[in-house]
Each structure stands twice: as C-alpha cells, then as structure tokens.
Design a protein around this ligand. Structure first.
Ligand code: UT7
Length: 334
C-alpha cells in the first residue's frame, strides 16, 4: 500500500518514551550464554539493553510514555477518542493492552485496539490513526508502540537473546493547519514469516510447546537490507521528495549494520541518521519513537524538519512514513 495523505493535515503534537530501569550489558549476557561483548558489538552495534522487571508487563512501560506524550501535547486524556497500541507482547491476548491502558489513563470515549505488525507496528499504527483523523472520524489519537520482548525470548539462545530489549514510546496525533504526515508505504510478506516467529502463541498447534522467538537471522538480515532501502525510496518517490530534502532519517533500530547499509545505499550522511540501538537493542515497536525522542533531545528534530521513518520486522512487514515535523518535542523521556 502506498499513497500520499489527503484531507486535513495531521501531525504529532506530543511524544513520550519510557524504558525499564534495569540495564543488561553484553558482559552480563556473556555470563548467561556463550557470547561476548566483542561479537555482539561488531555484529550488531549493541552495547546494552533495558529489561523489564519480573512483574512489569507491556502496559506498565507504556503508561509513563503515554502520560508524557499527553502532557507534552497539553491533551486531557478524556479528549482522546482513539488509542492504538502496536505490539507483539501485549499483557495478554485479551483484553487488549489498549483497552487496559485507556481505562488506566481515563479515556472513556476512546476506541481502543492492539495492532500486530512486528517491529513495523508503530508505522502501521500512525498510518491508521492519520487516516481516521484526516477523515474526521477521530478528533485526537494516542498511538503507542512498545514491546517487552525479554518475556518471549529463549534465555538460553544466544542467536536471539543478544539482539532485543524492552521499551515503549507514544505520540499524540491531531489535526493541524499545515505540515504533518505527507504519505505512507506499508507492506507485508507472510511467505517470509517463518524467518521470525513465535510458535505456540496462538491457535495453531505445534509439537514443541515452548513459546519463544525463533529467527533465521541471516534471512531476516537479507530481507531488512532490501526493504529498508526499497520502502524509503518508494515513499520519497510517491511524495516527490529526494533524499536531500530529508533532514532526519529514523530507521528501525535492529542492527547498526542494517542501518549503515540502508543509510549508505540511500545516501544519508551520518549526521542525518538516528542511531540508538547501542543503548537499547531492538525494542521492536518501541524502536522508532525511542529514536525520535533521542533525535529531539539532541537538537536534530525540530519543527519544519522533514523526517523519514522506516521500519521492518516480523510478518515479515515493512513500512515508511514521511512527516513535516510541526511541534517542539524535546523532553520526551519520562
Ligand atoms: O526487527 C527484526 C529483528 N531481527 C533482525 O533484525 C535480525 C537480522 N539479522 C541480524 O542482525 C544478523 O543476522 C545477526 C546479528 C542475528 C547474526 O549476525 P551474522 O553476521 O548474520 O552472524 P551469523 O548468524 O552468520 O553467525 C556467525 C557466527 C556463527 O558461528 P559459525 O557458524 O560461523 O561458527 C554463529 O553460531 O556467529 C555465531 N553466533 C554467535 N557468536 C557469539 C551467533 N550468535 C552469536 C552470539 N555470540 N550471540
């Protein structure tokens, strides 16, 4: 799916992020599985990640992020009529994490549902919210992207354990006079789905009853390097923009080698490319808002900047969004 937005302009008016307190370094992991700091750093660019506490679930880490985004937007929770939580690690299959979050935040008028599109979930969710806002169906939306992948990792499997971390981000979206979202490109290839999957997590029966993330890293790597480039090129072309027009490039934070490859192929210099995978690992749906928050805090993300977001992940899925940033969003960390 690809297209420019139409109808009333819609933008991000508030941004909030949150990560769990506990830091797990590469050296910590080397005490659990046969790995080492040098391998992880060289192959992924990751130094450390945040890990949720035993009793912390998805909504616990989404809540501070959501509150911060609402505060930044100056939005009364009661005024939110749409809440989408993008995640593959909800508190439970049902009730949805979004319904639980809407209740905790005090949003009696909100339509609330979870959205599953792997690490691309946040990009899918902002596309949905944008169309509902532009059409007038929604007046003010809260979109949350977050995951606690530590809960579904096999803590004896070095090939997945070292890659992921926990984190969440939230944005308030509403209609504005000008600027905001210009277009989206979204895609999915279920044929490649078995390269990154969670067997036993749904209604299909599997012989192995363990519910852990399984991944064919090399295949996902090949997929990622392809779609991170093709999706970005497609949305730029659709919106009649070039790489030179883009001020801030926010790629999904999975692996610094994937980011470097995409940035090089597309022609983004280092100073335009946001990288924070070193300190958070791959936080799935939390990755793009966490990167946006860092970009805002280091002064690179300002009103008037053209921002390109590109995600990819389980499904397999991918997606890009092009946005003319309209609001000041520094101080997004709770
Ligand atoms: O949002 C999407 C989520 N997933 C991804 O983005 C994953 C994409 N894939 C990747 O990022 C990379 O494929 C990995 C980082 C997962 C792996 O890097 P690689 O360069 O493709 O390594 P590899 O799988 O080819 O493994 C190379 C070697 C193997 O040993 P041998 O067979 O050469 O002796 C692995 O057994 O590294 C070994 N290895 C490790 N060694 C130390 C695999 N994992 C580890 C580890 N520590 N954690």
């Amino acid at each position: 799916m690809i297209g420019r937005t139409n109808g009333q302009p819609v933008s991000i008016t508030g941004l909030g992020v949150h990560v769990p307190e506990r830091v797990l370094t590469n050296d910590d992991l080397s005490k659990l599985v046969d790995t080492n700091d040098e391998w992880i750093l060289e192959r992924t660019g990751i130094s450390e990640r945040r890990i949720a506490a035993e009793d912390e679930a998805l909504t616990d880490i989404c809540l501070p992020a959501a509150r911060r985004a609402l505060e930044m937007a100056g939005a009364d929770p009661k005024s939110i009529d749409l809440l989408i939580v993008a995640t593959v690690t909800p508190d439970m299959a049902f009730p949805s994490s979004s319904a639980l979050l809407a209740d905790t935040l005090g949003m009696p008028d909100a339509a609330a549902y979870d959205l599953s599109a792997g690490c691309t979930g946040f990009v899918y969710a902002i596309a949905q919210a944008q169309t509902m806002l532009a059409s007038g169906l929604s007046k003010r939306a809260l979109v949350v992207g977050g995951d606690v992948l530590s809960k579904i990792l096999d803590w004896t499997d070095r090939s997945t354990l070292v890659l992921f971390g926990d984190g969440a981000g939230a944005v308030v979206m509403e209609r504005v006079d000008a600027g905001g979202f210009l277009g989206f490109e979204l895609g999915a290839d279920g044929g490649g789905g078995a390269n990154l999957w969670l067997p036993g997590s749904g209604s299909r029966k599997f012989d192995d009853p363990t519910k852990y993330v399984k991944m064919n890293g090399r295949e996902v790597f090949k997929f990622a390097t392809r779609v991170m480039v093709s999706s970005a090129e497609a949305i730029l072309d659709e919106c009649d923009k070039s790489v030179d027009d883009v001020d801030v490039y926010v790629p999904h934070q999975a692996n610094v080698r994937i980011i470097d490859h995409a940035a090089r192929k597309l022609g983004f210099p280092q100073e335009k490319t946001i990288v924070n995978v070193n300190k958070y690992g791959n936080t799935s749906s939390g990755s793009i808002p966490l990167a946006l928050a860092d970009a805002a805090d280091d002064g690179r993300l300002k009103p008037g900047k053209l921002v390109l977001l590109t995600g990819m992940g389980a499904g397999l899925t991918w997606g890009s969004a092009l946005i003319e940033w309209t609001h000041e969003t520094t101080g997004a960390a709770a």
